[in-house]
Design a protein around this ligand. Structure first.
Ligand SMILES: *Cc1c(COP(=O)(O)O)cnc(C)c1O
Length: 514
């Protein structure tokens, strides 16, 4: 296996750390993000031949190339568990081609029907194995509690990923009354012996602020360690262990398109990604760096268009930007954390420049990259934003033209691909099954604006019933079993707590002691 260690984007890590430590630590000591010291490359042959083996083995090949300080057999075994029959399609992330030049990469065949599963079926297994390995090396002697604040989707995917993993418990907080019926039921019915779900009185911001305060409470963290031998961790989307699984599917898709005769080996493929925290599209960039013949990276934003403006002007500015709620909530974001890794790579790994820009962003709510960095970014990326009405219109138009239903996130990317595409075929990353966002899809299909009321008989339906109605009327891809049967599953978690630091800490302590 290749040797590789991890450095950080702000230059605080003087002694590069191995994969296991980067995964367990998540964030580098100075607030920077871990990146591999060396980016491995694959020849075109090596990429194309990924199609000869099942997805789990494709993932193992990529991991080994990046250098994982776990035995090869462990990597193979963990990948076989991560990408097995917990997905409802043998291909794991199959590609649906809508025409010769438009290929939809379906990243939602996992247990929660959202693309977060691609990483969160993988990271928790490597997290648990890394902790075990570091315990064996005498570098660690405690267990972990993953504490997650969620606006809906990430919480469920994290629960599914961490359930029944050794040495880890997971607790998820969501805003009580602030998530959809489907999202609530997905979390409240969660299986597993090491999981906990709390509703929080307040909105998502209250959840997130509460969680941050608990992470920042040194006395509480010491007490948790002393009394329970537990450390808090977030395993959030800036963890390298969540990014690396995403690199796999871009290499794998390229190989698959060649194997299926839809692409000539070596032919360029553009990639269009509905972007929030910049993790998914950054993974496509790393796949390109590894040697995949990827052309332009098309970055799709919704009305929260901070990334589109950045890519088009070189200025990242949130000083005067309102946070807009859209039908694609997982892209409603102002600070895109993973962009920091891209800036690090674009500057030729200039950690001083990155640290300066991140400091500017913190103090002045904006930063501007230098002309050279801007030029390099423009050579790689193009970007546009799609407003909510255009998003719903894209769902309707695409359904009428092809019979294929897009979820609102994928629709944003689909529309951007249509606007920005050149000669190359385009791979559109599809990040959620439509049934996760049934209400928005219903509005799109029936031309009901987001500010209009739904017909009373529709408003009275549960999320599952509404999805069943859409499925009947469109004949589109059936609702996955995990979503379709939610109304019948027993509810396990009903506790609602205050969003105060005291209340959350109390709940954490009693869960750890249980
Ligand atoms: C998380 C998410 C995104 C955004 O992905 P990033 O990696 O944060 O850019 C897009 N769509 C859906 C459905 C998501 O859950």
């Amino acid at each position: 296996m290749a040797e590789n260690n991890y450095v950080d984007t702000r230059g605080a890590v003087k002694e590069p750390v191995p994969f296991t430590e980067a995964v367990i630590e998540g964030l580098a000591p100075g607030g920077g993000l871990f990146v591999p010291q060396n980016i491995p490359t694959f020849s075109l042959d090596e990429i194309v031949s990924l199609a000869d083996v099942p997805y789990a083995q494709r993932a193992a090949r990529v991991y080994k190339a990046f250098g994982v300080d776990l035995p090869d057999e462990t990597v193979d075994a963990l990948m076989a568990q991560a990408y097995g029959d917990n997905f409802d399609d043998e291909a794991i992330c199959p590609i649906t081609s809508l025409d010769d030049k438009t290929h939809v990469l379906e990243l939602w065949h996992g247990p929660t029907s959202a693309f977060k599963d691609m990483a969160l079926q993988c990271l928790p297994r490597f997290f648990s194995a890394s902790a075990k390995e570091l315990r064996a090396r005498g570098k660690l002697d405690h267990e972990f509690l993953i504490l997650v604040a969620t606006s809906g989707d990430t919480g469920k995917a994290a629960l599914e990923g961490f359930k029944d993993q050794d040495g880890v418990k997971i607790a998820v907080m969501y805003p009580d009354g602030g998530v959809s019926d489907v999202q609530y039921k997905q979390m409240a019915t969660q299986a597993g012996d090491n999981v906990m779900v709390w509703g929080v009185r307040g909105n998502f911001d209250d959840c997130q602020t509460g969680a941050k305060a608990v992470f920042g409470d040194a006395a509480f963290n010491e007490r948790l360690m002393a009394e329970q031998k537990v450390a808090l961790s977030s395993a959030n989307s800036i963890n390298w262990g969540r990014l690396l699984p995403q690199v796999v599917y871009y290499l794998s898709s390229y190989a698959q398109l060649v194997a299926d005769g839809k692409l000539a080996a070596g032919q360029e493929l553009d990639v269009c990604v509905p972007t929030g925290n910049f993790g998914n599209i950054l993974a496509a960039y790393y796949a390109k760096r590894m040697g995949a013949p990827i052309g332009m990276l098309l970055c799709a934003s919704n009305e929260n268009r901070v990334l589109t403006d950045f890519i088009n002007t070189g200025v990242y500015d949130i000083s005067d930007r309102e946070f807009v709620l859209t039908p694609s909530p997982s892209m409603d974001i102002l600070v895109s954390s993973n962009l920091e890794r891209q800036l690090f790579e674009l500057t030729g790994r200039d950690s001083q420049a990155v640290a300066q820009w991140m400091d500017d962003l913190k103090r002045e709510k904006r930063f501007r990259v230098d002309a050279g960095t801007f030029e390099k970014m423009r050579a790689l990326y193009a970007s546009d934003s799609v407003d909510s009405a255009a998003c719903l219109d894209t769902i309707k138009r695409t359904y009428e033209r092809t019979g294929y239903l897009l979820d609102p996130h994928t629709a944003v990317a689909f529309e951007v691909a249509e606007r920005l595409r050149g000669e190359n075929p385009v791979l559109v990353a599809s990040t959620a099954h439509w049934a996760k966002f049934g209400e928005a899809v219903y509005r799109a299909l029936y031309g009901i604006g987001l500010d209009e009321g739904l017909p009373a008989e529709v408003a009275a339906l549960t999320g599952c019933e509404l999805n069943a109605l859409i499925e009947r009327e469109t004949g589109a891809a059936p609702v996955p079993a995990g979503l379709a049967r939610l109304d019948e599953m027993p509810v396990r978690f009903t506790e609602v707590i205050d969003g105060t630091v005291d209340a959350i800490e109390g709940a954490v302590l009693s869960f750890c002691a249980s």
